[in-house]
Ligand binder design. Sequence first.
Ligand SMILES: [Zn+2]
Length: 398
Amino acid sequence: MQNDDLEFINCANVLKAIGTDLTQPSRAQIAKHLGLSRTAVSMVVKKLMAAHLISELETEKSGRGRPGTPLVLDGTHWHAIGAAYSSKLWTFCVVNLNGEPLLTHKEYVETTDQDETVKALLQGLGHVESKVNKPLLPGYGIGSPGLIDPKSGTVFRADDMGWTKPLPLKQLVEEATGKKAYIINRYRANGVAELTFGGHDLTKNIIYLGVGTGIAGSVYLEGTLLNSTKYRFGHMVIDPHGPLCGCGQYGCLQAMASEKALLTYARKRMKEDSTFLTAYADQPITAKLLVDLAEGGDPHAQSCLSYIASALGIAILTLANVIAPDEIVIGGPIGDASTFLVDEVRKAAYAHLLDWQVSSLKISKGSQGDYGSVLGAAAFLLEQKMELLLGEGCPVIS
Ligand SMILES: [Zn+2]
């Protein structure tokens, strides 16, 4: 291991000790927790305080032994800009390290054309930046549609946008702005927001499934995101005789439980049965309408959500048998909005699992709502704060 790497890791560990592992610890408590010398911890603390990442509380810790000054994260100094795309709309937000939004902004895009989409993104980033007079992390967190290479930040393809040629999004943003861009799938960003701000137990293994126009999932092992392009929950085959998916396979989870699957099922039932959702025959059926009706107790809308819940239940059965997570969160625009859906998914999954698997698997509803993706994109940038602010310049620890 390079010495620089070691210094960086020590800085990261001290920050994690203050933010997650310990409650308002003193320097001595951190030294004991990490097995480092007090001098080494004091040097790191000095560096982190100079970077406004941590601060001292004014009161001294009381109790036995020598009292020490309690240390806490400084959640209010630095701010991060996040952006996320959904349905011809870029949403932007500026948040502090506590995840509290300072402002939000929207930019509409007329088409799903790649150039127009990037143009609107750059316009929105410039606008938001001009409105903030707080210290900003020198970069952007961006929640994009599609399949993204985490290293190059290139969007390989996005079936629901009709993007079949690669879009070097990170490169385009960095060239235009001179700042670093961190690109993450928009549903994966929603998962980052859920895990960062949703009050989950980060010592556990958690899977997040975002359900919307597409389906994307994220795996968190003890709070760390497995950010690889090579796992694609939306394309788990649920039924090989099922509908054709944009990827070319039949019966993928995305083809059976996304917004399109929900609406296709509702329209099919309406065609077959003139009493089905009859009051809504003259208006466009949307996922939001079905979710709202189902939450209000409409049995027809509920049967549509139960249809996609059964496919999600089979997906969870497989995930539970392969990964055995402690918790699965059903989020995204549909999951976040529908308690009924999550109840149905729970029923469908538990029906297939053994009792001892059921007792150790919690299935919960996402909590981040409409701003989940953009908050997650900003949180994704916040995760890079050490690298952005300190680089490899942590003090030498001996
Ligand atoms: Zn597929």
